[in-house]
Ligand binder design. Structure first.
Ligand code: ADP
Ligand code: ZN
Ligand code: ZN
Length: 811
């Protein structure tokens, strides 16, 4: 029997922690345990069992949460690979891999100490506390807490804060003064595979307002609703228990069922013959799967060439062979209709994972997969960690999509993790896209991946003709700044007359993106970020699109008081209004983050277009993503080249991808489509190649540029960002690291910086960064690792230092 175990904890420290195993406890490698850590209880994953006595005194485990591993050997190795490659603490990686937060209940509680009693007593005698230099409000709050606690035993944090309105900082201060003591009562919850329902029984007798609300809600829901669903009502929890006691409602616990959207799958799914290119692609995927060895494939198929059908057919053959497959889709791709299609195809054998699930639902799906009930997994980024056994096929749809990169610790890229996982499992990985990333295309060119091409649209439908409108020339000819060119206006009119449908892309939401003062020349910036605030007309607010801060619409300049404030530029909200003015008869819808709150809204707008209830749809890049609406014959691009002005080496690639994708929305039905592309950069190669549907041309040119500039895929790159809400701290730390980089200059590594990040201030933090590049990933990672150690010696907090390996944004 091992005496000790090493545990990976979700804390920002690059190490595991050793704990003693008390008699009778049997932790397992890959299973979770509850341990004391500093003042808290925490759950972590056991990585090793051993008898090596550590030099420092160890604490003991509190309890074992899993009698059997929740992470198998392969997933543990995958987690260790991620920790190593992305320089992330392994405990944080494991936490990301295990969506089981719902099974662990955090609970912090406080009780009053003798010192606290004394302080309260003294305050009662003298009327105030002489010791504290805080504001009177804080003092009052402290005494409210003490008074509240004298009357009670240990009290949960939430109740205490609700009753006394004390902030967390205030409680922490009182703990330091030893007036109150903090206890961690966190514990494991039962694996949540049941749902509690409330149902109506006999309602008679008098009801108060809260009870009436609850009963009415239940009645409206057909007499039965999940307990969780009632929590959004503004009634105290006790109301429900009172009603239970009075026998008017009852609570029953039921096994959680598997629910996807109630929508019916589309009948057209699969009622066609695959064309020869599809057949060939499907056959090679199936052959590779059958061979049972690792194999990477890049499925490059133009928009509308029928890639999705291949994914689903390949997955079905995996299911028939009794093995497992995972399909990753971008954030926006998993609409309820897609879920319904999947359910129709795979029945109860499919698990669907997306960011809209509650912790409990996510845990429930996880258990279905782990238990082998669901062998087909479809989901967004973190579904790459789905605990399937016998993985045969991993598919990444729209593999270039930035939503695959997690922009918080651990900063992994799900596509790259998918490739590594497939390798570990001897499985096949298929990366699919109409506009593959430079990285993947480069790998295919170097024969690391097999390239599968679908060069034609299904049923030989033609790609749309693209006409470029030079907006500088439009300005000269019309003498004013136009949002919609004469040509685009004319084309829209024509389509509307023919009862065809139109999409217009403007990749910027809000009404006006800039408010400028004509007297002093300054703009209205966010108070937290160095970013101009956007005017939103409908909500009558100014909004920062980076941190969400809002402010009233200014009547006068906030800097100089002048009344000459001007609202400049156009966002999607204003564009919709303009189009209404120009085409008053047209039924116009808008799709952007202000009109779409959830997947359902997104789906509703697209359905309205599909059903012919809309003539024109305006929107941001949301309208560009992979949907398939046959009535759209014209796509207008009003603004999609803004990124070309950004200092980001991926700007051209992103612009090319966006233009190609939005162009791909036109002419997917019987009638051929057209694209009118307005731009201020008509000669830019990203615009030119997108207009010519020339993928190879773009990639070859872009690869040459990347090679000259030592950018990916020719170099490994990391963005190292130092941030602090104090300017001098951010500057000081970046100076310290800058000197260190200079001193430790390494062969074959380029370091650019320190430089102010393109967005100097974001969410109250000042930001400086380094871009580190090397042709050798080993060298790059070794350097970053020693930098982290040096930063720790220099007391730069790990949380203020972001190391982003394979960064996709350098902003
Ligand atoms: P992609 O993902 O490449 O853009 P999809 O797989 O969405 O393309 O296919 C586009 C449309 O064509 C879908 O409605 C799909 O059902 C249909 N489709 C796919 N393959 C064929 C085929 N061989 N014949 C006819 N229609 C097809
Ligand atoms: Zn001013
Ligand atoms: Zn902001």
């Amino acid at each position: 029997m091992a005496e000790f175990c090493d545990v990976a904890l979700p804390v920002p420290l690059d190490t595991v922690f050793t704990y003693g195993i008390p008699d009778g406890m049997q932790p397992v490698v890959g299973g979770r345990v509850l341990v004391p850590f500093r003042q808290q209880r925490m759950s972590g994953v056991v990585t090793d069992l051993h008898d090596r006595k550590p030099k420092v005194v160890t604490k003991n485990l509190i309890s074992v949460l899993d009698p059997a591993p929740v992470l198998d050997d392969q997933l543990i190795r995958l987690g260790q690979w991620i920790a190593d490659y992305y320089l992330a603490p392994v405990g944080e990686v494991f936490r990301t891999m295990l969506p089981l937060g719902a099974e662990f209940k955090r609970a912090i509680a406080y009780r009053i100490t003798e010192e606290g009693q004394l302080a309260l007593h003294l305050a009662g005698m003298s009327g105030s506390s002489a010791r504290s230099q805080k504001t009177p409000e804080d003092q009052f709050a402290e005494f409210r807490v003490l008074e509240y606690l004298t009357e009670r035993e240990t009290t949960r944090e939430e109740s205490l804060r609700a009753a006394t309105r004390a902030s967390k900082a205030l409680l922490a201060g009182m703990v330091r003064k030893k007036w109150i003591a903090r206890e961690d009562l966190s514990e494991a919850r039962d694996a949540a595979r049941t749902v509690k329902f409330v149902s109506l029984k006999n309602v008679d007798g008098k009801l108060n307002a809260n009870q009436q609300t609850l009963i009415d809600t239940l009645a409206a829901a057909g007499g039965r609703a999940p307990v969780d669903a009632l929590q959004s009502l503004e009634v105290p929890r006790t109301t429900l228990s009172t009603l239970v006691k009075r026998g008017m409602v009852e609570i029953v616990e039921e096994a959680a069922g598997f629910t996807v959207s109630g929508l019916k799958g589309r009948p057209r799914l699969f009622d066609f013959q695959f064309n020869p290119a599809q057949q060939a692609a499907l056959k090679s995927v199936q052959e590779r799967v059958h061979a049972g060895k690792f194999s990477g494939m890049l499925l490059h198929g133009i928009t509308g060439s029928g890639k999705t059908a291949i994914y689903l057919a390949a997955m079905r053959s995996v299911l028939e062979a009794g093995r497992s497959a995972i399909l990753l889709v971008p954030e926006i791709g998993l609409t309820p209709a897609v879920a319904a299609d999947l359910h129709q195809l795979f029945g109860e054998e499919v698990a669907i994972l997306h960011s809209g699930l509650s912790d409990k639902e996510r845990a429930e799906q996880w258990h279905r997969i782990k238990g082998g009930e669901a062998r087909m997994v479809v989901g967004t980024r973190s579904a790459v960690f789905a605990p399937v056994s016998d993985l045969a096929l991993m598919i990444v749809d729209e593999e270039q999509d930035p939503s695959y990169k997690q922009e918080e610790m651990p900063r992994y890229h799900a596509r790259d993790v998918a490739v590594v996982r497939a390798k570990m499992a001897n499985a096949v990985v298929v990366l699919g896209s109409a506009t593959p990333s430079l990285e993947s295309y480069f790998n295919a060119k170097k024969n690391k991946y097999t390239l599968l091409e679908l060069p034609d649209r299904v049923e030989k439908r033609p790609l749309p003709e693209v006409e470029i409108i030079d907006m500088r020339q439009e300005f000269q000819e019309t003498g004013s700044e136009q949002v919609i060119s004469r040509k685009l206006a004319e084309e829209i009119k024509e389509r509307l007359e023919k009862k065809e449908q139109v999409m217009v892309l403007l990749n910027r939401r809000g009404y006006s993106p800039v408010v400028l003062c004509r007297a002093c020349g300054k703009t209205l910036e966010c108070k937290n970020c160095a970013i101009a605030m956007t005017h939103h007309e409908r909500s009558r607010r100014m909004e920062c699109h980076y941190c969400g801060y809002t402010a009233p619409v200014p009547k006068a300049c906030v800097h100089c008081g002048s009344e000459y404030v001007y609202f400049l530029g156009t966002g999607s909200e204003k564009l919709e209004e303009l189009l209404h003015g120009m085409f008053p008869q047209a039924r116009i819808g808008r799709l952007d983050r202000d009109t779409v709150r959830g997947r359902e809204d997104f789906e509703r707008a697209l359905n309205a277009l599909d059903e012919g209830e809309l003539d024109l749809l305006v929107g941001t890049q949301m309208i560009a993503k992979g949907h398939d609406i046959h009535g759209v014959t014209l796509v207008g691009v009003v603004g999609a080249d803004m990124a070309l002005g950004f200092p980001d080496f991926r700007a051209a690639e992103r612009t090319f991808q966006l233009l190609t994708q939005v162009a791909g929305r036109a002419g997917r039905g019987q009638t051929p489509g057209k694209v009118v592309l307005q731009t201020y950069f008509p000669d830019h190669y990203a615009v030119q190649y997108a207009a010519g549907h020339d993928f190879m041309g773009f990639y070859d040119k872009e690869l040459r540029f990347r090679s000259w500039m030592h950018y990916p895929p020719y170099s490994a790159l990391a963005n190292v960002l130092v941030r602090s809400n104090k300017l001098d701290e951010a500057l000081g730390w970046s100076g310290i690291l800058g000197k260190w980089f200079e001193k430790t200059r390494h062969e074959g590594i380029r370091v650019l910086g320190p430089a102010a990040a393109p967005i100097l201030r974001l969410k109250q933090d000042y930001r400086y960064h380094f871009v580190v590049k090397s042709a050798s990933r080993q060298k790059l990672n070794a350097l970053l690792r020693s930098m982290l150690i040096y930063a720790m010696e220099k007391k730069i907090p790990r949380t203020q230092l972001i190391v982003d390996v394979d960064a996709i944004w350098l902003m």
